[in-house]
Design a protein around this ligand. Sequence first.
Ligand code: NZQ
Ligand code: ZN
Length: 388
Amino acid sequence: MLGTFTFSNPTKLYFGEEALEGLKTELPKYGRTVQLIYGGGSVKKNGIYDAVVSILRACGKTIVEDGGVMPNPTAEKLRDGVRIARENNVDLLLAVGGGSCCDYAKAVSVSVHEPEDPWIKYFARYEDPTCEIVPVGCVLTMAGTGSEMNGGSVITNTAEKMKIGKVFDERVNPRFSILNPKFTYSLPMRQTVAGVYDIFSHICEQYFSGTDENVSDALSEALMRTVVSASRIVIREPENYEARSNIMWAATWALNNLIGCGKTEDWMVHMLGQAIGAYTDATHGLTLAAVSLPYYRLVMPYGLPKFVRFAKEVWRVDPAGKTDEQIAEEGLCAMHAWMKEIGVAVSMRDLGATADMIEGIADATILMDAGYHALTRDEVVKILNESL
Ligand code: NZQ
Ligand code: ZN
């Protein structure tokens, strides 16, 4: 039975090859000064920066530059972005990039008019915003996080070795997001597949809970099958529009509140991945890939029927003559084979982690209890050792 829920998602999306035209519709809704947020320079190489700037100019906007947002944006960079926004009294925060730029823009948006330090208020104390929120818009260049249509923002405190994801309410969602699948063509393949695995993991986090029959899980299965088949195409043909568009659209639906409706959610793979990220600064999707199999093998006995369903519905495992345990294990093996095929079957060591970090990473791992099994700290250490 689906639990009680409220669903609302106010982000307006423009999708397709001409999606950037939507910026011309949106910009007149906001004041004159736009903080243009971008990362380490990919948007300057692939022409997206120039295309956005020319629309901003044509719409009479004053551009305040805020580049250099790093993957896994830091609390330090966030404070800098807040300073820029305050000094220039900006009217719109426009993120042009992947999840890191979009997350960062959201964190700035709730901090410009907040006197307290944003890390302490939102990420350490996990409080909700009580101040005016500066609107955010997004031109997405990387498919994966779903940040383009949710209120999530993940910030890393390098000094404290903590990476925390704050889920803000819908007031913090981007007001609009521009999704042109062609903008993802220039992604290095390692980033493409990290994004693919991130999408897959978001779906798993919401799928592996509960025992009931529900529409949310059925939607999840369709999304997982789509992501798997599109990823197999995109690794061979990076400029296959159909595959890129299916990945981009699946990413949005994988984490915009829809498929978690009426369910409890697990999120333990993300808690482990974020703790690894805090220690290694590794690419988010790959940190999830490193821990997934040891984690799912450990929790499988506690949620066996769902793992059987996963094997049958997502991986088309033939159940004939097999025990439930065998079917479920075959499903995880099929998932592992796919991870190898697309190039995300990595270990923590591949991501820069070493054995002496295990205890610290375990300490930095937030324990959740809404999946099939609440991990103990010893189990966290066991998973981390197996992921090394
Ligand atoms: O910085 P630039 O030069 O732009 O390069 C980026 C970056 O190096 C590059 N890139 C992006 N688009 C490109 C491109 N390179 C060439 N062509 C393009 N079109 O890709 C690299 C990674 O970008 P990033 O934005 O860091 O990736 P992603 O979208 O995976 O975002 C990762 C961040 O989002 C958080 C992660 O923890 C991490 O901090 N997450 C946010 C979530 C949310 N808001 O709901 C949920 C996720 O689970 C995740 O935790
Ligand atoms: Zn993720």
